[in-house]
Write a protein that binds this ligand. Sequence first.
Ligand SMILES: NC(=O)c1ccc[n+]([C@@H]2O[C@H](COP(=O)([O-])OP(=O)(O)OC[C@H]3O[C@@H](n4cnc5c(N)ncnc54)[C@H](OP(=O)(O)O)[C@@H]3O)[C@@H](O)[C@H]2O)c1
Length: 292
Amino acid sequence: MVLGENLILVTGASGRTGRAVIAELKKYEVKVRAFVRREEAGKELIESGADDIVIGDLFNDQALETAIINCDQVIHICPPMNPNEARLAIKITDLCLKYNINRLVLYSVLHPLLSEVRHHSLKLHAEEYLVNSGQSYTILQPGRYMQHHQLIWREIVETGKHRMPFNINSKFNIVDLADLAEAVANVLVEEGHEFATYQLAGPEALSQVDMAQIISEVLGSPVFAEERSADEYVSIAKKNGMPTDRIEQLCAMNEHYDKHGLRGNSNILEWLIKRPATKFRTYITNNFDQNL
Ligand SMILES: NC(=O)c1ccc[n+]([C@@H]2O[C@H](COP(=O)([O-])OP(=O)(O)OC[C@H]3O[C@@H](n4cnc5c(N)ncnc54)[C@H](OP(=O)(O)O)[C@@H]3O)[C@@H](O)[C@H]2O)c1
C-alpha cells in the first residue's frame, strides 16, 4: 500500500482522543497521518504507529492544506473548548471539498444543540456547515468520558470523596474513551457510514452518588459524593494556568451539568463496536491501581 491509499488524517492527534483513535486505527490496513503542533509529539506518535506527521498550527491555513492533500479521509478532533472551533471546522470542510476527500468525520459532542454551553453551540455550527456543504461526512457525538476520573482518582483514594463541580444527583451516561476510539475506527474503515450522525453515549445513567457507590464497592472502602464548589474549581483552574476563556466555558458546562446532567443512549455505540459498551464498574476495575 502506498501512502495516500487509505490515508487518514487525524487532527488533535497528540491529545487524549487522538492518541486513542490512532492506536485503534493501527489495527487496520490504513495509513495514518497525524497533525501535531509539537515536534516531540510527532516523534512519539511515529513510535506509536503513525505513518506520517504534519507539524503545524491548526489555525495556519497552509499547514492544514498540506496535511489534507492526498488524504482519503479526515477525522477532525478539535482542541477542546477552542473559541474558534466553528471557523476551523468550516475551513477543514472547505479544504476537504477542494481536495475531493472521500469523507470528513467530525468529532463533535453529545447534544450540540445545548445553546447555553458555548462549545456545544460551536460544534452545532460546525455540524450545520458540514451537513449543508455537500461534503461526504460522518458526525460523531460522544458523551462525557469516564476518563475524567483520571483527574480525581488520587483524591478519591486519599480522601474517600468523589468531588466534581456539579450536583451529586445529576445523571450522566458517561462513556469509555476506549469504546469511542473503537467506534471511530470502525466508522472510518467500514463502508456505509456516509451522511450519518451518531450519538455515542455510555450504557448507564450515573450520578456522582452512583459512581461513588460503585467505586466504594471496587475499592472495598467507603467513598462519598460531595459537590465541589464552583469557586474552588475556578481557583484550581487559575492556579493551573488555564486561560480565562476556557475557565468560562467549563463553568457554563458545569452549570448545565448541575441542572441537567448529560443523558444519552448507548444503542448506536454498541451497534458500531458490535459488543456491549463498557460499564463504569468494569472501567474502574480495569484502569486504576487501587493503591496508587
Ligand atoms: N472529554 C470529554 O468528555 C469529551 C466528550 C465529548 C467530546 N469531546 C471532544 O473531544 C475533543 C478532543 O478532546 P481531548 O480531551 O482529546 O483533547 P486534548 O487531550 O486536550 O487534545 C487536544 C489536542 O489538540 C492539539 N492542539 C491544541 N491546539 C492546537 C493548535 N492550535 N494546533 C494544532 N494542534 C492543537 C493539542 O496539541 P498539544 O499536544 O501540543 O497540546 C492536543 O493534541 C474536543 O473537541 C472535545 O470537545 C470531549
